[in-house]
Design a protein around this ligand. Structure first.
Ligand code: NAG
Ligand code: NAG
Ligand code: NAG
Ligand code: NAG
Ligand code: NAG
Length: 203
């Protein structure tokens, strides 16, 4: 079904959602948030803690620098550009680049690499390019041109905080180091928040 923007805006106004925010996030190449979706993970944002990517709100215990982030890239439909992140609250002032380690059959946490930071290193096999949006979903294009969406969430000791992982040959329903692994997709689309009053009247 096709909606025009005015109709969509009216519809969203009824459900209490900020329409301008959603419409903008669709096409933006810079300053957007990424959200993870999967079982029990209903659109939780991807955030930064000590150079690594997590999903949820609460920083993992012991993190010295944790922050919500926005992503920017010169062209979300080109896989040759890096995706850099900025802290939304100035917790860090650098613009580290998103990386994954696309080595097959190994779960490795997604992270952020800053070449100018001597404590930051790109793990063996890690890549900072190859990312692009397929629809609203963050994807990785392999060197032979295959599009992959092999993001996973690994539970942590903090409820509703997961490590964001990558593994091109992974399976769900496994545990690694005692923590459950579940598949997720990573999207630019924010979850629709339905307030209690709205959901009870629409019953
Ligand atoms: C990024 O977006 C947020 C809200 O969507 C806005 O408050 C902020 O100023 C923007 N930052 C930049 C650098 O454009
Ligand atoms: C989702 O949450 C329910 C309730 O807490 C739990 O029983 C189930 O194992 C969870 N599923 C996954 C894949 O984490
Ligand atoms: C430098 O990198 C380390 C490891 O990724 C990180 O913990 C630290 O916060 C970074 N420092 C700055 C200033 O970005
Ligand atoms: C990210 O923002 C949410 C909502 O404002 C907040 O609850 C959470 O603590 C923030 N996360 C970090 C790591 O600062
Ligand atoms: C990765 O592993 C999966 C399953 O083990 C296999 O199907 C796939 O071809 C492998 N991909 C590469 C690039 O080796």
């Amino acid at each position: 079904m096709l909606f025009d923007t005015k109709f969509l805006a009216a519809l969203l106004a009824i459900s209490g959602v900020n329409a301008s925010k959603i419409i903008k996030s669709r096409a933006a190449a810079s300053n957007f948030t990424l959200y993870a979706y999967g079982t029990n993970i209903t659109g939780l944002n991807v955030f930064y803690a000590d150079g690594l990517a997590y999903i949820g709100n609460a920083a993992p215990s012991g993190a010295s620098v944790a922050s919500n982030i926005t992503f920017s890239t010169t062209d979300p439909n080109s896989n040759s550009a890096t995706w850099s992140v900025s802290s939304t609250d100035s917790a860090f002032s650098t613009a580290p680049a998103l990386y994954i380690v696309p080595t097959n059959n190994t779960f490795t946490q997604v992270g952020f690499y800053t070449s100018s930071n001597s404590s930051s290193s790109l793990p063996t096999g890690g890549v900072t390019t190859g990312f692009e949006l397929f629809g609203n979903a963050l994807s990785y294009i392999t060197s032979d041109g295959t599009l992959e969406q092999q993001f996973w969430a690994q539970a942590t000791d903090a409820t509703d905080t997961w490590k964001l992982m990558w593994n091109a040959g992974g399976e769900g329903g496994v545990t690694v180091d005692g923590y459950a692994i579940t598949p997720v997709t990573v999207k630019t689309t924010a979850p629709l928040v339905i307030s209690d009053s709205t959901s009870s009247t629409s019953k």
